[in-house]
Design a protein around this ligand. Structure first.
Ligand code: ADP
Ligand code: MG
Length: 521
């Protein structure tokens, strides 16, 4: 099935093409025809699977453009309101559709004025209800969407939402989208939707296969060291680190900065302005590591997050699904890495079995592992480096004192000297330790076993694998296994080696890759 099979208006197709969407995602294939047909719908699919377009496109198709607010989208957070508004505006651009946002923490008058010119209003529940109660806006939308409904439940918005519907017309099409379907959401659906169609992207499809999931087992006091070692080894371009508590977020962000990483904290105690600035900086790649609580990172759509780290495990599998959904977005690959202590091991297994995911047990790389990976990267960089003509004079001067190979040795030593890896050599549990933990869990379950029903994680049988060969986030430098033929031991006399010419492929290569990630110093 393709987008053209939906018979969308030309202007809408044009916007879809411009957005680079080639094929509808599974939830879009299922939901769009239902929404187009005018039926109510309850749709469940994991985060990052394209739910916004799943309701946005058919609504845009069916708008009358009669000058009134025809559609209302209710979302949990201000960030999501802006994000959804941007996306719908993008798709409605050629149809000349205007969107407006309504959320707390900012001036009323401008928002109210904007809604008067919009066909679609995207709102958070609190402010919307306030405006409705005070009769500051009067809207009669034909389409009402509850987006990320489970998150609104978690944030305590359910009562507000029920009240909002008292102000809404009876004649309407109601759409409910959610990553998970806890009972109160089903209950809400029964109350406010009329004979809805149910669409669920199955559990198998729910595990976003673009996300490679793994875990490391460490002692409580080793979490910081393990995290930094993994940064050094994996070189994430952009990552989100999740903690359970705000105070952990603050402490960890401060500590990472003190260790030379470019990190910032994001949690609910920050002023709205500060939160926006942090998210903006993260999107613009000014900061590489975002340390966040679950709530603060809700629904965040930053397209190029390469890694999600669970510094601590969440309490349940639902937040886990939300967390890892921050990576592997829009068809890109991502990695989700959990750092767990032996006492979290049971929760980890539970999450695995609940979401039917395969998580690979791994061992934190040693200092040597990091170094050998970096050295491979250095060598690749040297191979690809285009020679800057300005260095020729320097080399000529040096050659008055040293031969070329000595100069090369010295240069490379300068490069690698900067490359100290901090922390103790071995961090966390070995394969054997992990195997023992898995065995112990199995025996626990085999015993009198009132502790847990249905806890049979399939990954129990999996052997933990070494990390050195991590295939996870496919970064260029991963592909090349470390070489052992230390060719450097045979210095070759190279006469008067002329530097190669600058060729057409000459990217001025700042030693990115190995040197560029969230690096210290
Ligand atoms: P969800 O609401 O399910 O978490 P979003 O609607 O935020 O997911 O979409 C996640 C990302 O995927 C967005 O960046 C969006 O632009 C992109 N996306 C959605 N549908 C498609 C598609 N059919 N093809 C390519 N990218 C898509
Ligand atoms: Mg969404």
């Amino acid at each position: 099935m393709e987008f053209k099979d939906f018979n969308f208006k030309d202007e809408l197709m044009q916007a879809i093409n411009k957005a680079g969407f080639t094929e509808p995602s599974p939830i879009q294939k299922d939901a769009i025809p239902i929404v187009l047909s005018g039926k109510d719908i309850v749709a469940q699919a994991q985060t990052g699977t394209g739910k916004t377009a799943a309701f946005g496109l058919p609504i845009l198709q069916n708008l009358r453009r009669d000058g009134s607010v025809e559609a209302l989208v209710i979302v949990p957070t201000r960030e999501l309101a802006m994000q959804v508004s941007d996306e719908l505006f993008k798709f409605g651009k050629f149809l000349d559709i205007k969107t407006a946002t309504v959320y707390g923490g900012t001036s009323y008058s401008r928002q109210i004025k904007h809604t008067e010119n919009a066909s679609i209003v995207i709102a958070t529940p609190g402010r919307l209800l306030e405006l409705l109660k005070n009769e500051q806006i009067n809207i009669n939308p034909r389409f009402i969407v509850l987006d990320e409904a489970d998150e609104m439940l978690d944030m305590g918005f359910l009562d507000d939402i029920k009240t909002i519907f008292k102000f809404m017309p009876k004649e309407r099409q109601t759409l409910l989208f959610s990553a998970t379907m806890p009972e109160p959401i089903k209950d809400l659906a029964r109350k406010i939707l009329i004979e809805p169609e149910f669409v669920t992207v199955t559990k198998k499809d729910m595990t976003n296969t673009n996300i490679v999931q793994s875990f490391y087992v460490v002692e409580e006091y080793e979490r910081d060291d393990a995290l930094m070692r993994l940064f050094d080894f994996k070189n994430p371009t952009k990552s989100i680190v999740f903690c359970k508590m705000k105070r952990d977020v603050d402490r960890l962000a401060t500590y990472l900065v003190s260790q030379g990483y470019s990190a910032k904290a994001l949690h609910g105690d920050l002023e709205q302005r500060q939160r926006e600035e942090v998210i903006k900086a993260f999107k613009a790649s000014t900061i590489e590591v975002l340390v966040a609580t679950d709530v603060a990172a809700r629904g965040l759509d930053v397209s190029d997050v390469s890694h999600v780290f669970n510094y601590q495990l969440p309490f349940d599998s639902e937040p886990y699904v939300h967390r890892i959904g921050r990576t592997g977005r829009g068809g890109k690959t991502g990695a989700a890495v959990s750092i767990v202590t032996p006492s979290e091991f049971r929760s980890l297994q539970k999450i695995q079995s609940n979401i039917g995911a395969m998580m690979e047990a791994k061992v934190v790389p040693t200092i040597d592992d990091v170094k050998s990976k970096k050295h491979t990267g250095f060598m690749d960089n040297i191979k690809n480096q285009v020679v800057d003509p300005a260095v020729c004079d320097m080399i000529d001067t040096l050659k008055e004192e040293f031969d070329l190979s000595t100069i090369a040795y010295k240069l490379l030593s300068i490069l690698t000297a900067k490359d100290e890896v901090k922390g103790k050599n071995k961090i966390g549990k070995s394969h054997q330790d992990i195997a023992v933990l898995i065995e112990r869990l199995k025996n626990d379950r085999g015993g009198s076993g009132s502790r847990g029903r249905n806890r049979g994680p399939r990954s129990n049988d999996r052997r933990p694998s070494r990390d050195g060969d991590s295939r996870g986030p496919r970064r260029d430098n991963d592909s090349r296994p470390p070489r052992n033929d230390s060719g450097a031991s045979r210095p070759r006399r190279d006469g008067d080696a002329r530097p190669p010419r600058r060729d057409n492929d000459s990217r001025p290569s700042r030693p990115r890759g190995e040197g560029g990630g969230s690096r210290r110093g």
